[in-house]
Write a protein that binds this ligand. Sequence first.
Ligand code: SF4
Length: 365
Amino acid sequence: MTTSSNRVVSLYIHFPFCIKKCAYCAFFSEPCKDEELKDEYEKAVMKRIRSLPELSIKTVYFGGGTPTVMETRRLNAILGSVFEHCDVQSGAEITLEANPGTVDAEDLRELSAGGFNRLSLGMQSANDKTLKMLGRIHDNAQFLECCSNAEKYFDNISVDAIFALPGDDFKNTIRQIEFISPAHVSAYSLMLEEGTPLYANKEKYVFPSEAEEESQYEALCDSMRLHGYRHYEISSFAMPGKESAHNSVYWRRGEYIGIGPAAHSFYMGRRFSVPANTREFIKRSGSLFLTDTDYQATVPLNAEETEEERIMLGLRLADGVRLSGEKLDIAAKFAANGYGSIYGDIFALNEKGFRVSNAIISELI
Ligand code: SF4
């Protein structure tokens, strides 16, 4: 029986499958065409959902990997079990990550009917040559088709883009974002991760200089501002009211539970994660929530770690973070040099500050 006094959390469900690995990807996912494995995974996730304590669910996020590698009927069945077992708050944001090339118009219609109300689409670049270099499975025409199908069923679409890519004309990507005008945009600079094919072949490419990377970020920020988006988080832009409620829980240190291999949780003052092993996750899915080794429990964060985390996460947000004493004095100097503003005891970075946020954060923690 769920009641209004249930603990409020967000729910993240990880799908560790992709069609094939992208050249730059270090996320926990593997290519999967095995229907039996998908079947077992679906059942394991549903078992885990049923083992959750009574909770009030603020937001739900299906991420990966590529959740849409699972057939639509499986995704709807899993979301159905969330509705059945948990008290999902009315109007809760329910996001599905989807990649062009994995969903057609009928899938999108069914997913919307199944209860998903926000779609996060991986565009990454508007340039076919770049998409190929990144090892993406889609080309730009497929992205545009997927986007126009999605617009029929979703009024809350987020688009992901990557800048600082070798040999890429990021201006085209910006123009395309302006053209499709999604409710939300997330943009990240390319992270060259050890162990990925892109890293192994890095000598073959000419990567943009730091100044070029900065000017791409600046061009995106300018375009977003001009088109009415709020730059509410270092990498995120939203039309009014379309900020990501789920990601805001992460940045504001709200509680969330992660289901699936490599999924992270922050619950009752502890941060912990599920081991990154899909078969182990399936094997252990029958155990009770938090009573077995399914989750690698860590000790609760101490006061110092909590404070560092609060500052690091808070400074990602345009709303800023509350500071006091010496830290507020240091922040005032950054503000005086044009990197942000002080409102009472709150320090908020501006776009110039976001660009050097790592250096500013390290001065403050
Ligand atoms: S689709 Fe996403 S998760 Fe899958 S390999 Fe590519 S970048 Fe990684």
